[in-house]
Design a protein. Structure first.
Length: 91
């Protein structure tokens, strides 16, 4: 039978609680665009600069477009293909 003193049990429980609190307090990443609206002409190329907070690493941002055929995206550059309204979201 293993015996622990009360002080050892309190130390172990305190460290366990502290580690749970530290993990739970991690800041959530936030993503936004520098420009919230943009008007372009067909065949214009443009970039959207994301504002990224609390996120580390490279190639962590993915774009989705709600309408195909209006805007294309390749290698960090968007291209206006046709007249219309398109919404892009960061993931």
């Amino acid at each position: 039978m293993i015996r622990f003193s009360r002080s050892k049990v309190w130390i172990i429980l305190s460290l366990l609680l502290l580690s749970i609190v530290m993990i739970g307090c991690k800041k959530q990443p936030t993503l936004a665009f520098e420009d919230t609206e943009l008007t372009v002409v067909e065949e214009d190329d443009f970039t959207l600069t994301p504002i990224i907070q609390n996120l580390e690493g490279t190639d962590l941002v993915n774009y989705t477009l709600d309408v195909s055929g209006i805007v294309s995206y390749s290698n960090g550059t968007f291209t206006a293909l046709a007249e219309g309204l398109c919404t892009s979201q960061l993931h």
